[in-house]
Design a protein around this ligand. Structure first.
Ligand code: ZN
Length: 396
């Protein structure tokens, strides 16, 4: 064996993980090995053939599971920082992302809640450099302000508005290509025009925070929307005489986001949803600033939120206000309480969300792919995380 003999050898792997169960692209391969070089997957194989290679870092994965890094397309913050926070500097945003990275999230879309258009455009401008410099940040998700008051959840009703041309143009201008996803309530005047316009700009449009029935939501998907924002939350449910947005999303081929914290959606319903739309469930966290923090008082956008036993609710009223979920916990809930197999649940945290936002290159460990990976023990607890082949420091 050639452990650690690769220093100075130009033909050595940067990282070689062997004897691991590799779960990738819906398949579990036992006794696999994988080699990372220059931030990419350089080679992979099975059995003992790894021992003929040289590597700078050799990792024995016996008894462990290796998956691609998790891609969270709906995340509002962590470590006391919300991505909306105009005061938040790069270091605070990095700290928030580090909390999620320690739990396996290697790529993230920054979600911003409803705010006045000038405030959102200011935030987009302020985030431009940050997003440009960090390949792990896949862009920004505007969750609002084009949402329905009837299903606003934790969005400030004063900030909700209709998608007119001036607003959409202002957001697109300030976004400078960084807007990855926009959530829209399709019953709003101008919504179908906005969906068409945003999709034409290469942006993924999601239906959410909506009071619409199935017919209106079908029209939105026909106009180019392709994701349902946190299925079941912020919309009508599934009813046998009123099928609603979830049914419309299932039949239209859309990707369905689900918050798998066991609070927003009963785990049984996550399993049902997966049976209805296999290969199209994207597990998301919807995590807010309190993630990785103690219970207490926080802010989501402009609204005060209290967190008790890890559950965030608006201080006024009782609306759930995001979660304190991390992707590793979502994986455990999906596999132990929703009946999803491990390869299915991993796909719902990797290839499926990546594809939903137009990044089919991410969320896989095939040869040539970026070497983002998560090493888990049998209980699906995170043991190590790599971003572009570099191991993320473990929290103390
Ligand atoms: Zn929401």
């Amino acid at each position: 064996m050639s452990a650690r003999s690769g220093f100075g050898d130009p033909d050595a792997d940067d990282v070689l993980i062997h004897s691991v169960a590799l779960v990738d692209q819906g398949v579990r391969l036992e006794d696999a090995w994988i080699a990372f070089r220059n931030g990419r997957v350089h080679a992979r194989g099975r059995g003992g053939s790894w021992s003929e290679r040289t590597a700078r870092t050799l990792r024995d994965g016996t008894g462990a599971i290796l998956t691609p890094g998790f891609v969270d397309i709906h995340c509002h913050g962590a470590a006391g920082t919300g991505f909306d926070d105009a005061e938040a500097r790069a270091a605070a945003l990095d700290e928030a992302l580090a909390v999620h990275a320690a739990h396996g999230t290697t790529r993230v879309v920054l979600s911003l809640v409803s705010a006045p258009i000038p405030q959102i455009t200011d935030r987009l401008k302020a985030l431009h450099e940050y997003v440009s410099l960090r390949p792990t940040v896949l862009g920004v998700h505007l969750e609002g302000p084009f949402l329905a008051d009837s299903h606003r959840g934790a969005h400030d009703p004063a900030h909700l508005t209709e998608p007119d041309r001036a607003s959409v143009d202002a957001l697109l201008g300030a976004g400078r290509g960084n807007i990855r996803q926009v959530t829209i309530a399709p019953e709003l005047p101008g919504a179908l025009w906005a969906i068409d316009t945003l999709v034409g700009e290469g942006i993924t449009v999601a239906v959410g925070h909506t009071g619409a029935d199935a017919d209106v939501v079908r029209d939105a998907f026909a106009a180019g929307a392709s994701v349902l924002t946190h299925a079941f939350n912020g919309m009508r449910g599934l009813h046998h005489r009123a099928p609603g947005p979830v049914a419309a999303a299932v039949e239209s081929g859309a990707t369905l986001e689900v918050i798998a914290d066991g609070v927003h959606v009963d785990p049984t319903m996550i399993g049902f949803l997966h049976a209805l739309a296999p290969g199209r469930i994207a597990l998301v966290t919807d995590a807010m600033a309190a993630t990785g923090c103690a219970d207490g008082e926080y802010v989501l956008g402009s609204l005060p939120v209290r967190v008790r036993e890890g559950v965030a609710r608006l201080s006024e009223g009782d609306s759930i206000a995001g979660s304190t979920l991390t992707t590793d916990v979502a994986l455990r809930i999906a596999t132990t309480r929703s009946g999803m197999s491990l390869p299915e649940a991993v796909a719902s945290l990797t290839t499926i969300p990546a594809r939903a936002i137009g990044r089919p290159d991410l969320g896989t460990l095939r040869v040539g792919a970026v070497s983002d990976a998560v090493l888990l023990d049998e209980g699906l607890r995170v043991r190590a995380v790599w971003v572009e082949g570099r191991e993320v420091p473990r929290p103390a």
